[in-house]
Design a protein around this ligand. Structure first.
Ligand code: PMP
Length: 404
């Protein structure tokens, strides 16, 4: 079956060139079934949920809560009470950091470890937590091969380590971090050390089983998993979420309100104040069902093939530094070409119809660590093809011939 045919936007022409979309780590396109689910919601279900006695409200509530079950099932989460809908990865990490700041769990002098390859959204919320609590943020260095430095990490873990937060897959390097080992070491250090996994770059690409992984929080964005922007999920261990304080106050997150005080709702509603993104959450579930139909392991295999092809082709062109090892990477390749500015390469590729990302990828501390201003990043989704990789390689070679 021609998968691209079910993505209307992929038939876009850039000038006279067919679009080759390799900016999937920034956001993915949406298949027809996802677009249809959105239309269906507004044509047939639109209503506010959880409070209306009428038919449409009941139907929308049922669909919304079925969406929560679908997310729980997709992530193999122990309970759907642990699935909190958010507006994305950034919102999820901020929610956790803000709630921990309100709790008594973080004290002055406590340490929060993040990986050097973290996205700003896995750095800044923790810095804000540190400002409020007196905790200290410590970056875990990389090995010279730009992989996670396990020895350095093990030597940094100590009695004050309270939180470890890491991306499953780095959006700037493509490196897959050894998340099970990172979690196991944190828990060996102290069973109370909390581990948050940033799943922004893993959820659409590799199987995730939250019943086995052993982390405390896992977050992702819907728009990188074929769903609309403004959707996402925070998964949190039930025992933790139920004992942590609420964050945003308002409708939905309460049991009873009076001027003398308020009691809070049960999970997950305690963390879902206000009218949620009802349509978006329902459509997110449709997107996850679509990914399940395609098969996450088959997607992973397909994308691995394209990624390997890309690395081999770039090495054949020569004079290109691929950041991180070829093996053990997610579905993206980030390059630096000595003597060529990433923005110039990206602009020429755009003129040839090839959409890539250039710049710091919201990882400025990583760029400072590497002593560079940015990279050119090719990132893949299930709908990309070997022919597209070949075109991207040919265009890269042509562009570099013009630039060097
Ligand atoms: N973490 C990683 C690893 C990412 O790749 C991204 C998006 N580029 C984010 C966090 C932030 O995601 P969002 O902007 O959807 O909240």
């Amino acid at each position: 079956m021609d998968i691209q045919a079910s993505y209307p936007i992929l038939s876009t022409k850039i000038g006279k060139h067919p679009l080759v979309y390799l900016d999937n780590a920034a956001t993915t396109h949406k298949p027809q079934c996802v677009l249809q689910a959105e239309l269906n919601y507004y044509e047939k279900l639109n209503s506010n949920i959880h409070r209306g006695a009428h038919y449409l409200s009941r139907m929308a509530t049922e669909e919304h809560e079925a969406a929560r079950s679908a997310v729980a099932q997709f992530l193999h989460a122990p309970s759907e009470r642990e699935i909190v809908f958010t507006s994305g990865t950034t919102a999820g990490i901020n929610l956790v950091a803000q709630v921990l700041a309100l709790s008594s769990l973080i004290r002055s002098g406590d340490e929060i470890l993040v990986t050097t390859d973290s996205h700003h959204s896995n750095i800044v919320p923790w810095q804000m937590l540190c400002q409020r609590t007196g905790a200290v943020l410590r970056p875990i260095p990389l090995t010279p091969a730009l992989t996670f430095d396990m020895d350095a990490y093990l030597s940094m873990l100590n009695a004050r380590t309270r939180i470890v937060a890491a991306p499953y897959i780095s959006n700037a390097l493509g490196v897959i971090n050894p998340i099970p080992e990172i979690i196991a070491a944190a828990k060996r250090n102290n069973t109370d050390t909390l581990v948050l996994v940033d799943g922004a770059q893993s959820t659409a690409h590799v199987p995730v089983n939250l019943s086995e992984l052993g982390c405390d929080f896992y977050v992702f964005s819907g728009h990188k998993v074929y769903a609309p922007t403004g959707t996402g999920v925070l998964w949190g261990r039930e025992s933790l979420l139920s004992s942590l304080p609420p964050w945003l106050g308002g409708g939905e997150m309460i049991k009873e309100v009076s001027f003398s005080g308020t009691t809070y709702n049960d999970l997950p509603f305690k963390y879902e104040a206000g009218t949620p993104n009802i349509c978006g959450n329902i459509v997110l579930a449709a997107a996850l069902r679509y990914v399940q139909e395609q098969g996450i392991s088959a997607i992973d295999e397909h994308e691995q093939r394209l990624t390997r092809m890309m690395c081999e082709g770039l090495n054949r062109i020569g004079g290109i530094d691929i950041l991180g090892p070829v093996e053990g990477r997610g579905a993206l390749v980030s390059i630096v070409v000595p003597g060529v500015h990433h923005y110039d390469l990206g602009t020429l590729l755009d003129q040839m119809g090839v959409a890539v990302r250039t710049g710091h990828h919201c990882c400025q501390p990583l760029m400072q660590y590497l002593g560079i201003t940015g990279t050119t990043r090719y990132s893949f989704a299930l709908y990309n093809t070997a022919e597209e990789v070949e075109r991207a390689l040919a265009c890269t070679e042509r562009a570099l011939n013009m630039l060097r």
